[in-house]
Design a protein around this ligand. Structure first.
Ligand code: MEV
Length: 425
């Protein structure tokens, strides 16, 4: 067995790293050649973007169509491995545009930086002194970003948090309007620069100095009407409302409902190379902020018997900074998306989340999702079984017709097709 302790792996060239990994994992020449292919990502850039770089990973990248948001037409770039996501999202947008599309908005970009001060000898005295020194602390925090200062943004306030279970501890929140940035870097710098001063003021010891990924001060909302006649009539409308009620009150359903939202949100964030882990953590924490985990969107019936969908989701997507500009396809994705401000970007993503969510809940409230899912999945299975070119659709069609969507059956069907090609023309 090879050791995984690869000394100074980070100092090796990409070629040397691939050789080491190949030896460890017994890769063959074809596999090594695939790893060497980084597609449109210049390996020199990849090697600067992350440590221990060996290759780039392809994720299918498609376009969701039909989006009309605040009266503007959008094509939505989405990178995702799940087959039904893009078609479902486009379909929901098509239905929504019949009622004027989505209306969407985003609040200011208010984020929180946390400084954990421990071993504070005098909690009440320290709180008083921090409050007295508020403007000095904010000035110090703002010294890290001339751009934010010039935009009259940056650290604007402080909050002091005491959690009784954390003895001798004060948590200072720096409230920062990060403008067009995602905000992580600037906030972390602000926390780090103010920490020594807070130690001096309190006599305590700072441990954590980091942004919070929960952003209740940076919320995006979207809303749309889906006409009853386009979604299966009043029976389906009533069932969608019932499904929405369950997601509101039942954590086990709410998490799946929210996963449906994040299918759309993450796909756009991945295509545009934004931090989707942040979006996930943020969304799920926000969903439980009122003490019990709930759904981020609601569907109700309006006075005309149609469905009104509304979503409220925390999103922190910057339009400046980040690694986007170093990855050619992410640059193209941003261009396709055609957003210029952080507010517009976040609003569009909220609308995509709502569309994705509606598509899933509608299907679940009507025919169920397995029909569509398994139909698309059958193509994946055909490819995995080794089908090439026309064989892929042929295998997939037979699996769907038989209703036996399994890997074993895909292999058998492919073998039959190859044995008797005439029969399957
Ligand atoms: C699957 O990726 C997402 C769904 O489970 C969402 C939902 O149940 O609402 C279909």
């Amino acid at each position: 067995m090879h050791s995984s302790e690869l000394r100074e792996f980070y100092k090796k060239t990409i070629k040397e790293r691939i050789e080491l990994v190949s030896a460890f994992s017994d890769l063959d020449n074809d596999q090594i050649n695939l790893l060497k292919n980084t597609g449109t990502l210049n390996p020199e850039i990849g090697d600067k973007l992350i440590e221990n770089f060996i290759t780039a990973m392809e994720i299918p990248f498609g376009i969701a169509t039909n989006f009309l948001i605040n009266g503007k037409e959008y094509l939505i770039p989405m990178a995702v491995e799940e087959p039904s996501v893009i078609a479902a999202c486009s379909n929901a947008a098509k239905i929504a545009r019949k009622s004027g599309g989505f209306t969407a908005m985003s609040t200011n970009s208010m984020m929180i930086g946390q400084i954990q001060i421990t071993e504070v000898p005098d909690i009440m005295g320290s709180i008083k002194v921090i409050e007295e020194q508020k403007s000095q602390i904010l000035t110090l925090a703002n010294s890290v970003s001339k751009t934010l200062r010039e935009m009259k943004k940056g650290a604007v306030d402080l909050e002091i948090r005491i959690l009784p279970v954390l003895k001798k501890t004060i948590i200072v929140h720096l409230m920062v309007d990060v403008g067009a940035a995602m905000g992580a870097n600037v906030i972390n710098s602000m926390c780090e620069i103010t920490a020594p001063y807070l130690e001096e003021l309190t006599g305590g010891e700072v441990v954590l100095r980091i942004l919070s990924n929960l952003t209740p001060g940076r919320i995006s909302k979207a809303e749309a009407v889906f006409k009853a006649e386009d979604i299966g009539g009043s029976r389906v409308v009533k069932r969608i409302v019932k499904a929405s009620e369950m997601a509101k009150y039942d954590i086990f359903r709410a998490v799946t409902h929210n996963k449906g939202i994040m299918n759309g949100v993450d796909a756009v964030l991945i295509a545009t190379m934004n931090d989707w882990r942040q979006a996930e953590a943020n969304a799920h924490a926000y969903a439980s902020m009122n003490g019990s985990y709930t759904s981020l969107s609601r569907f109700s019936q309006d006075e005309n018997g149609n469905i009104v969908g509304k979503i409220s989701i925390p999103l922190a997507i910057g339009t400046v900074g980040g690694t986007t500009s170093n990855v050619p396809k992410a640059v193209i994705a941003r261009k396709i998306l055609g957003v210029t401000t952080t507010e517009e970007f976040q609003s569009v993503v909220a609308a995509v989340g709502l569309a994705q969510n509606f598509a899933a809940v509608r299907a679940l409230s009507d025919e169920g999702i397995q029909k569509g899912h398994m139909g698309l999945h059958s193509r994946n299975l055909a490819i995995a079984a080794g089908a090439k070119g026309k064989e892929i659709d042929m295998v997939s069609e037979i699996l769907k017709k038989e209703g036996k969507i399994s890997m074993t059956r895909a292999g058998e069907v492919l073998a039959e097709i190859r044995k008797n090609p005439g029969e399957h023309k």
